[in-house]
Write a protein that binds this ligand. Sequence first.
Ligand SMILES: NC(=O)c1ccc[n+]([C@@H]2O[C@H](COP(=O)([O-])OP(=O)(O)OC[C@H]3O[C@@H](n4cnc5c(N)ncnc54)[C@H](OP(=O)(O)O)[C@@H]3O)[C@@H](O)[C@H]2O)c1
Length: 322
Amino acid sequence: MFAVTAARIDANDPLAGMELGERPDPVAPDGWVTVTVKAAALNHHDVWTLRGVGISADRLPIVLGCDAAGLDPDRNEVIIHAVIGDPDAGGGDETLDPRRSLLSERHDGTFAEKVAVPRRNLVPKPAALSFEEAACLPTAYLTAYRMLFEKSGVQPGATILVQGAGGGVATALIVLGRAAGYRIWATSRGEAKRERAVKLGADQAFPAGARLPERVDVVMESVGQATWAHSVRSLKPGGRIVICGATSGDAPPAELTRIFFTQLSVIGSTMGTRDQLGRLARFCEQTGARPVIDWALPLENARDGFAAMIAGDLFGKVVFAC
Ligand SMILES: NC(=O)c1ccc[n+]([C@@H]2O[C@H](COP(=O)([O-])OP(=O)(O)OC[C@H]3O[C@@H](n4cnc5c(N)ncnc54)[C@H](OP(=O)(O)O)[C@@H]3O)[C@@H](O)[C@H]2O)c1
């Protein structure tokens, strides 16, 4: 089968270690099934893998890709949950299983014509979503869903600031947050991206680091070092930062004094459960919310999609059709 593989790690030139070509078909062990991939979505995680973040060289070569939608062996339309873990080992939440991994970390991922996954990781794809839209849900949209509805601690009507509006997680936060009735403010480095954020449903969009008209209830962080101080300064006393990523680096000034003095909370968030992925799919079906796809292209052209993500040129998701 055709697949996109991480063959070598290169921290400075991630595309140098990526190979496109034939790989053996997957073999599904007991309890696993092989899914025929119809569409797969790119995440920053795939770039981190090529840079050697979160994976060691002894795991290579490995097929890249966390996210996909496709057909199970009975030709049912399915979405693949990317977290390979045991809910019982995590107190009912597979993301808390100490041995959990994401597809493409320990097992071959989704940037291929076929992928083997545990049967429990299949979630029905609503007919209302295209394969391309459904492929966006398992990582960026599930992460946004958990950040908003499990971790934020605020109810619809509250004001939520989303840092780095153009990213996959950030656009997901705008789309899902708007559909649920939050007032969403966003920041972005680019004016065109700020305009698109407002078109997408953000109430207002600001240049990165700008002073806001008033302080917010919650900040959603995936940018890290470049926006951290602004996130801390933008919160009301008692407010909350929910953080899922640190694309720009993870050594910002900690802002400890402001955090204790204004009694802020910093809450980490990673992915979500299989059951939350099922509810997210239903949320999209019921509200009409749909993933924002910047660019859909054939898997054979994956290199171009990776290059656009590395350059930070995107607004929303890159999806590969198989
Ligand atoms: N914990 C989890 O489960 C989880 C799940 C998904 C993603 N993540 C992490 O969350 C982060 C975002 O993921 P993603 O897939 O949404 O990535 P992405 O699509 O590449 O988005 C990155 C965004 O960061 C923003 N940004 C602002 N300042 C930046 C700077 N100085 N340098 C680089 N980027 C800057 C950009 O927004 P503007 O151009 O609009 O400013 C850019 O669109 C990644 O680090 C990823 O690993 C974690």
